[in-house]
Design a binder for this molecule. Structure first.
Ligand code: HEC
Length: 284
């Protein structure tokens, strides 16, 4: 019996629309200019949450890439059950110091995806390792990088469109904390820079102001202070709010945005000078 692989149009569209076709081309051109001689071996590792009836595997075990080289790899996912399942993935880079240099990763992990019973799809991931990694003294001996993905089953996929009836309820920082843990923490942590800048104290902070984080020029220059209103616009559509910004993720659901912002507002606000000291005392 032959297994039919149906290529998911949704996933490809998602893949291409993360930054928009224009942004993608520009970015690829910029990368070509800075491809470095240094080669690293990138390994792929996949997991599914316990009990989730999906098979999820990398098509290639590893690839050799030059720093700065735009690379496309594929993963397959198959729903082995008799019912549709919506999943979302989180990713992780090891060693963790390298996470910073995977900053422009684009992939299927940014939104929820539905697989029909026994449907199998092949999913692209486009990435490059920032050539600035070559200048990081902590990473001179790092030749192997592991990119791991874990798929989780979405808890209430059917209700995703339908939450407006809860609109009268107050925002929930507890729900926001959960959203942060499942959808933001793949890229952001509270107290150190990862793929995205650290977010502790983000409410009240100027955009693009965390020392040591390699912001896009657009975000570094933006004249924005993060508050409930600006965060809501940013999370709804980062590129529409700040043209040229490079957060490859958005949160379409207004209530989820409201909750995650309520959570961010509960986090301790560090004065900029304090944040700078902290970063300086932990180089790399
Ligand atoms: C796939 C990775 C990724 C995910 C997921 C992600 N972000 Fe980001 N985020 C980034 C990157 C990269 C930047 C920096 C963008 C730039 O430099 O233009 C960023 C920037 C930000 C900023 C601006 C911070 C500053 O210092 O100016 C905020 C706020 C933010 N993200 C919030 C969130 C929240 C809240 C979530 C979850 C709902 C989230 N992000 C999910 C990658 C991500």
């Amino acid at each position: 019996m032959t297994t039919l692989v149906s290529y998911s149009v949704t996933l490809y569209r998602l893949f291409c629309s993360v930054t928009g076709a224009g942004g993608y081309t520009q970015r690829a051109a910029a990368d070509d200019a800075t491809i470095s001689q240094r080669v690293v071996n990138v390994w792929f590792n996949t997991n599914v949450a316990p009990g989730m009836p999906w098979q999820f595997a990398p098509v290639q075990r590893s690839v050799n890439v030059h720093l700065g080289q735009d690379t496309l790899v594929f993963f397959t996912a198959e729903n082995t059950s008799d019912h549709p399942i919506v999943g979302h993935a989180t990713f992780n880079v090891a060693p963790s110091e390298v996470g910073l240099y995977f900053k422009k990763i684009q992939c299927f992990c940014f939104t929820e995806e539905r697989l029909e019973p026994h449907q199998k799809v092949e999913m692209p991931v486009d990435f490059f390792v920032d050539p600035r990694m070559a200048k990081d003294p902590d990473l001179t001996d790092t030749n192997n990088i592991t990119l791991s993905y874990t798929f989780f089953e979405s808890k209430n996929p059917a209700q995703a469109q339908n939450l407006s009836r809860f609109d009268k309820q107050p925002a929930s920082p507890a729900a926001g904390r959960e959203i942060f843990a499942t959808t933001c923490s793949g890229c952001h942590s509270l107290d150190r820079n990862k793929v995205g800048p650290m977010l502790e104290g983000v409410v009240g902070r100027r955009a693009g102001a965390v020392p040591g984080y390699p912001y896009s020029a657009a975000l570094a220059r933006a004249d924005v202070v993060w508050n409930a209103d600006s965060l809501d616009k940013w999370l709804a559509n980062p590129q529409a709010f700040i043209a040229g910004a490079q957060m490859p993720f958005h949160l379409p659901d207004a209530l989820r945005r409201r909750d995650v912002i309520a959570y961010l507002a509960t986090l301790k606000q560090l004065p900029a000078a304090h944040a700078a000291q902290r970063t300086a005392s932990h180089p790399g």
